[in-house]
Design a protein around this ligand. Structure first.
Ligand SMILES: [Zn+2]
Length: 246
């Protein structure tokens, strides 16, 4: 009267502690439940699952679990193309956009530094985050497994790395985004796309050395901050190494 579940890659680390030692995990089939419900009862958020095989054949999250079935649960593998439909996520994203939870705030700034649209507000609780992705679907980045189990979230990632620069590399690697970075293009504070502005128009706001060494400036239409290549580029080089830059 049981079904069995084999968790691949690093997925065992995300299971509730009492299930981590077992491979495969055997569990009694007691009621009609979908594979998604069962996976989440083991502690695994649906956002971390890239493919589900039932007796070797791909199935979706709504698949009803029955006795004797053998499931292979595979992680999301790079490069994860969120802009194409898949069996588990038939409605793809129109663009790569992120929403970062309060527990990965530095990562949010680093993603903006790399030019990626990233909503972040440390005051937002889980309900605010879920409401925001309901209005505009985004990839939710978090270290909170409970948040990532929320059914309104289609795309998400439990960030494995602990250090912010490593977290950025984790996200860029997972989604294959190294070639889509646009440093200097987005405001670090408010996420607005920057607009070019003539040096003469901002001259009175520049420090003497900035005035002397830089000629190209951008302004944030959201919060009026001024940016120039030096203000972003040095930080990007620190984070990713010079060769990562175009
Ligand atoms: Zn701004």
């Amino acid at each position: 009267m049981t079904a069995s579940y084999r968790f691949h890659g690093d997925l065992p680390n995300l299971l509730r502690r009492r299930w981590r030692e077992f491979s495969p995990v055997m569990q009694e089939v007691t009621r009609s439940a979908s594979i998604k419900d069962v996976l989440e009862s083991f502690g695994l958020p649906h956002t971390e699952v890239g493919e589900i095989l039932c007796n070797g054949l791909p199935v979706d999250f709504s698949w009803p679990v029955a006795e004797g079935q053998v499931f292979d649960i595979l992680p999301v593998l790079p490069p994860w193309d969120v802009r194409s439909p898949s069996l588990l996520r038939p409605a793809p994203l129109s663009a790569v956009r992120f929403l970062a939870d309060a527990n990965v705030g530095r990562l949010a700034r680093y993603l903006r530094l790399a030019g990626f649209d990233t909503l972040y507000d440390w005051r937002w609780d889980d309900d605010r985050i879920v409401a925001a992705v309901g209005r505009e679907n985004r990839i939710v980045l978090s270290r909170d497994l409970g948040l990532l189990k929320r059914k309104q979230i289609d795309f998400g990632r439990c960030i494995r790395a602990t250090e912010p620069a490593a977290q950025l590399r984790e996200v860029l690697g997972l989604l294959g985004l190294a070639g889509e970075m646009h440093p200097f293009s987005r405001c670090l504070e408010c996420n607005s796309p920057l607009q070019p502005v003539a040096k003469e128009a901002v001259l009175h706001r520049l420090e003497p050395l900035t005035k002397k060494y830089y000629d190209n400036f951008s302004r944030c239409p959201g919060c009026d901050r001024i940016y120039w290549p030096g203000s972003h580029r040095e930080k990007m080089e620190l984070l990713l190494g010079k060769r990562a830059l175009p």
